[in-house]
Design a protein. Structure first.
Ligand SMILES: Nc1nc2c(ncn2[C@@H]2O[C@H](COP(=O)(O)OP(=O)(O)OP(=O)(O)O)[C@@H](O)[C@H]2O)c(=O)[nH]1
Ligand SMILES: [Mg+2]
Length: 173
């Protein structure tokens, strides 16, 4: 018995390293990308301002680490999004489900540009419908779902429940 305890304690070794994946996170300004990342990293999301440029966070999950690169969603930044797509292994598109119809249309166009971009079109693509606590939030059927040829099967639309959906989605990577 002593020998078994000795073996269990001394031969255990360090746990195997978790695989890491590079994920790009996009969405219009105010959609909640930085807030999402802060929550996923168990940090306060109280004093978050608009992201100027980009913001990178390593988000630890039990079986993997996601290195998420958030790209600021302001008009003068989003035109450069595509310069930062290279090397991505997954995409998170954060949507403000309670935004105006006009903003939703802008978001839809950005979403479909991203879905069709050569560096993103084959990647796992998660759309997070954020701001679900707002009474004006759209229901799942009202969110932009226009199909983009050949890519719809890669798209999952997930009402946001913070960590759970993100972890469940990317655990298949
Ligand atoms: N009520 C509510 N407010 C939210 C939610 N998510 C984010 N916010 C708030 O929305 C505002 C903008 O959130 P950010 O996380 O900065 O948005 P962002 O997408 O990173 O914006 P940019 O960096 O400018 O592209 C902040 O005041 C957040 O507190 C949500 O689900 N519900
Ligand atoms: Mg931000």
């Amino acid at each position: 018995m002593d020998y078994l305890c000795f073996r269990a304690l001394c031969c255990k070794g360090p746990p195997p390293p978790r695989p890491e994946y590079d994920v790009v996170c996009i969405g219009l300004t105010g959609a909640g990308k930085s807030s999402l990342l802060s929550r996923l990293c168990s940090e306060s999301s109280d004093d978050i301002g608009p992201t100027t440029g980009f913001n990178i966070k390593a988000v630890p999950f039990p079986n993997a680490i996601l290195n998420v690169k958030e790209l600021g969603g302001a008009d003068n930044i989003k035109k450069y999004w595509c310069r930062y797509y290279q090397g991505s292994q997954g995409v998170i598109f954060v949507l403000d489900s309670a935004s105006s119809n006009e903003d939703l249309e802008v978001a839809r166009n950005e979403l479909h540009s991203a879905l069709q971009h050569p560096q993103l079109c084959t990647l796992p693509f998660l759309i997070l419908a954020n701001h679900q606590d707002n009474r004006a939030a759209r229901t799942p059927n009202q969110r932009p779902q226009r199909s983009a040829a050949g890519v719809t099967s890669l798209v999952k639309i997930a009402p946001l429940t913070w960590t759970n959906n993100v972890q469940a989605f990317f655990s298949d990577l």
